[in-house]
Design a protein around this ligand. Structure first.
Ligand code: CMC
Length: 421
């Protein structure tokens, strides 16, 4: 059977055969046959905007792989800086490469004093930390004007290192500012997740996070590190495609992630579990979901029509964390909700399974993060993914994003003077 499709323009009888390559068809062939006739694809649900070698997602079977490596193996055996290297450069580093990479990241964690004293301090006392982070990342571009030279490979590498290194510092500074707590400088003696936890929670040099909590933080960062052409990655690419510097492009990623349809669902899960309130209320809550009263937050996914592989790993990590610091009382409600939903025909027939956000909020809450920091944690984890796609796009020398529209407005009409309206 031919691996192609044939399109016929019935107005003219002209046809064109387009080969199917790697599961896609080249829109340039369509354009040749039908100039000026655009695909109407809101949300780009059917459009592959690029070819990419970073992450593979198979929603039917519940597969997520970074550069070919299963997410389960990476979460179990790798570290976040190693995963960042893998995503950006395509290969697991040798020991020497990893040592150099970690050393670079460790020694670029500081942010300019002006950030804390002038930029963050200028915000209102109750500013959302995601607003501070987004502004902070955009502001970094003004401190590193050389970052505009995006076609210099070494220069790109320097900015990639800086961004991965400084995101936790910016994030923790945003949190400390919102609490009126003194800023804590990054401690180079610690690994990436420990350093972040200390910058967040240390008071008087006494905070030493338990090994299980550091492990959970590491796993959560790895699980969030990439997910193909999602909304924030696409935002990063759109801005990056105009050849803006990487800080500006990553700030666009942060801005897209801020929205509740993308980075905010884990917070919504906590609100939902709190609202349900007790184990006994689960059945009536599920009944109201089925009546269309509200959605079961943390369930369902545009791509995954099977168990989200990240949710399996997070569920296990949640048990590890609760084993150390005691159970989050909302866990029982979550477990019962999952059990009831997975046995119910409404959820089975619609192929609705727990997604990454169903259990992650419970862990974040148990670790002591306020809910408005959840999206910030997502942003730290996603930074290597955003950068990997940005770097890939620059290397591909891709074109500027410039989609078409189907115009549905008024026909030509003449300007009406004010007195005649
Ligand atoms: N609870 C109850 N019903 C649902 C849910 C849910 N969570 N999700 C989908 N449905 C139903 C929906 O009502 C529809 O039913 P019907 O065919 O009778 O109208 C059917 O399932 C298909 O839903 P859809 O809205 O067409 O699916 P979508 O692919 O457009 O939406 C989604 C995907 C993730 C937005 C949606 O499942 C949802 O709102 N889930 C809850 C929010 C959530 O957990 N979001 C986190 C996503 S994972 C994080 C990330 O990767 O960004």
């Amino acid at each position: 059977m031919a691996e192609s499709i044939t399109i016929t323009d019935n107005r003219t009888g002209n046809s064109i055969e387009i080969p199917i390559v790697s599961g896609g068809v080249d829109a340039a062939a369509w354009r040749k046959l039908l100039p000026g006739i655009w695909f109407h694809d809101p949300g780009m649900a059917t459009t592959a905007v690029t070819s990419s070698a970073v992450a593979e997602i198979d929603g039917e079977t519940g597969i997520l792989r970074y550069r070919g490596y299963p997410i389960e193996q990476l979460a179990e055996q790798s570290t976040f800086p190693e995963v960042a290297h893998l995503l950006i450069y395509g290969e697991l580093p040798t020991q020497a490469e990893l040592d150099e990479w970690v050393d670079l990241i460790t020694h670029h964690t500081f942010i300019h004093e002006n950030f804390r004293k002038r930029i963050y301090d200028a915000f209102h006392y109750d500013a959302h930390p995601m607003g501070l982070l987004t502004s902070g990342v955009a502001g970094l571009s003004t401190f590193y004007p050389e970052a505009k030279d995006i076609f210099d490979t070494e220069n790109r590498r320097a900015q990639i290192v800086r961004l991965i290194a400084k995101m936790p510092t910016l994030a923790a500074a945003a949190y400390r500012f919102s609490r009126g707590l003194p800023f804590i400088f990054p401690d180079n003696a610690n690994d990436y997740p420990t350093r972040f936890l200390k910058m967040m929670f240390d008071v008087g040099g006494e905070y030493e996070p338990d090994e299980a909590l550091v492990r959970a933080m590491r796993v959560l960062f790895i699980l969030h590190a990439d997910h193909g052409q999602n909304c924030s990655t696409t935002a990063t690419r759109v801005v990056g495609s105009s050849h803006a510097d990487p800080y500006t492009a990553i700030a666009a990623g942060c801005a897209a992630l801020y929205g509740p349809l993308h980075g905010g669902a884990n917070e919504a899960v906590i609100n939902m579990l709190t609202q349900i309130g007790s184990y006994e209320e689960v059945d009536s809550f599920i009944a109201s979901v089925k009546r269309g009263g509200h959605r079961l937050m943390g369930f369902g996914h545009r791509v995954y029509k099977n168990y989200d592989p990240r949710a399996v790993i997070i569920k296990k990590a949640a048990h590890d964390v609760f084993g150390v610091i005691g159970k989050n009382p909302l866990l029982d409600i979550a477990l019962k909700l999952e059990e009831v939903a997975l046995a119910d025909d409404y959820f089975i027939s619609r192929r609705l399974y727990p997604n990454v956000d169903f259990y992650s909020g419970l862990i974040y809450q148990a670790l002591g993060f306020p809910t408005n920091m959840f999206t910030v944690l997502f942003a730290i984890g996603r930074t290597p993914g955003w950068l990997a796609h940005w770097n890939e796009m620059i290397e591909q020398n891709s074109r500027i994003y410039r989609p078409r529209q189907v115009y549905t407005g008024s026909e030509l009409r003449d300007y009406v003077p004010m007195e005649d309206r």
